[in-house]
Write a protein that binds this ligand. Structure first.
Ligand code: ATP
Length: 271
C-alpha cells in the first residue's frame, strides 16, 4: 500500500492576464477517498482541476500525481486520470457508442474490455435507447452521462469531475454517487468540485475549502467544525460560510495593516 497522496499541490500560483486565480495553493488528495473541492464562484476550483489534468500551465509551484512531478513527466501520468470538465463538449457527429469506442481505443483499452465497459455504462446510465443516436440529439444530462462513461472507459485510478451533478436528474445523481462509492471501495480515487454542499457533506470523505486561490481549510467535517469553532452539530454549509467569511476578512485586513505600517513608518521618518 502506497502512503503518499495521489494528488499533491505545493504552492501553486496561476494568473490569467491581470487576474490572480491561484495564490500559493496547497492541496493533498489521498488514494481511495472521495475528495471535494468547494469554494465560492471564482475561488479557483476549475483552474486547479485544469492544471492537474494538464490543460493549463501553472506559473509556479509543484503538482505531483501519483508521486510524479507533472512538469517533469507531462504525459505518462495522464493514463491514470479520467476527467469530466464543467462544460462538456463532445463531438456531436459521433454516436454514443462510437464516442465510447473511440475513447477506449485512444486509451489503448483492448476491444473486448471496451465492449464490456461500454455496455455496463450504457445500462447504468440508462442510455440504451440512445446508444446509436448522434450526440447532437442528446439532452444535456445525457451528454454529461456520456462524458462520464467516456472518462471511465480506461478504468482510471483517479477520476476528476468538475461539477458532476449539474444537469443530471435525481436518479442519475443517485447512480453516480453509488458508482463513486463502489470505485472507492476498489481503492480508486474520486476528486470532484461542487457547489452542492449537502451532497459534499454526505458523499466526500474529505473536502478542501478554497477561497481566492488559497486553501482555507481541509479535512473531514469534524476537522472543519473544530477549525471553524462551529460546534459538532454544524453542517458543512455552516462551516463553509464561517470559514470563507473569515478568509475574506483576513484578506481585507492584510493590505490595510500594510498601509498603516507604511503610513506610520513614513510619519516617523518625516522631519
Ligand atoms: P466557479 O465556481 O464560478 O466555477 P471557480 O472556483 O471554478 O469558479 P475559476 O474558474 O478557476 O473559479 O476562476 C478563478 C479566477 O480566474 C476567476 O477570477 C476567474 O474570473 C479567472 N479566470 C478563469 N478563467 C479565466 C480566463 N480564461 N481568462 C481570464 N480569467 C480567468
Amino acid at each position: 500500500m502506497t502512503s503518499f497522496p495521489i494528488v499533491e499541490l505545493i504552492d501553486v500560483w496561476k494568473s490569467y492576464d491581470g487576474t490572480q486565480a491561484l495564490r500559493g495553493l496547497n492541496l493533498e488528495v489521498n488514494r481511495g477517498e472521495i475528495f471535494g473541492l468547494i469554494g465560492p464562484n471564482g475561488a479557483g476550483k476549475t483552474t486547479t482541476l485544469k492544471i492537474i489534468v494538464g490543460l493549463l500551465k501553472m506559473d509556479r509551484g509543484i503538482v505531483r500525481v501519483n508521486g510524479v512531478d507533472i512538469s517533469e513527466e507531462p504525459y505518462e501520468y495522464k493514463r491514470l486520470i479520467g476527467y469530466v470538465p464543467e462544460s462538456v463538449s463532445l463531438p456531436e457527429y459521433l454516436t454514443v457508442e462510437e464516442l465510447l469506442i473511440y475513447a477506449g481505443k485512444i486509451r489503448g483499452v483492448p476491444d473486448n474490455q471496451i465492449r464490456e465497459r461500454m455496455n455496463y455504462f450504457i445500462r447504468l446510465f440508462e442510455l440504451s435507447e440512445k446508444r446509436r443516436a448522434l450526440i447532437l440529439s442528446l439532452s444535456r444530462g445525457m451528454r454529461q452521462k456520456t462524458a462520464i462513461a467516456s472518462a471511465l472507459i480506461h478504468d482510471p485510478d483517479l477520476l476528476i469531475l468538475d461539477e458532476p451533478f449539474i444537469g443530471i436528474d435525481p436518479m442519475g445523481q443517485h447512480v453516480l454517487k453509488e458508482l463513486f462509492s463502489e470505485r472507492v471501495k476498489e481503492g480508486k480515487t474520486i476528486f470532484i468540485s461542487t457547489h452542492m454542499l449537502d451532497t459534499a457533506e454526505r458523499l466526500c470523505d474529505r473536502v478542501a475549502i478554497i477561497h481566492k486561490g488559497q486553501n482555507v481549510a481541509s479535512g473531514d467535517l469534524k476537522n472543519l467544525q473544530q477549525l471553524s469553532r462551529t460546534g459538532e452539530s454544524a453542517t458543512l454549509e455552516e462551516v463553509f460560510l464561517k470559514l470563507t467569511e473569515e478568509a475574506k476578512e483576513l484578506m481585507v485586513e492584510e493590505p490595510i495593516e500594510r498601509k498603516r505600517r507604511t503610513f506610520f513608518g513614513f510619519l516617523r521618518r518625516s522631519p
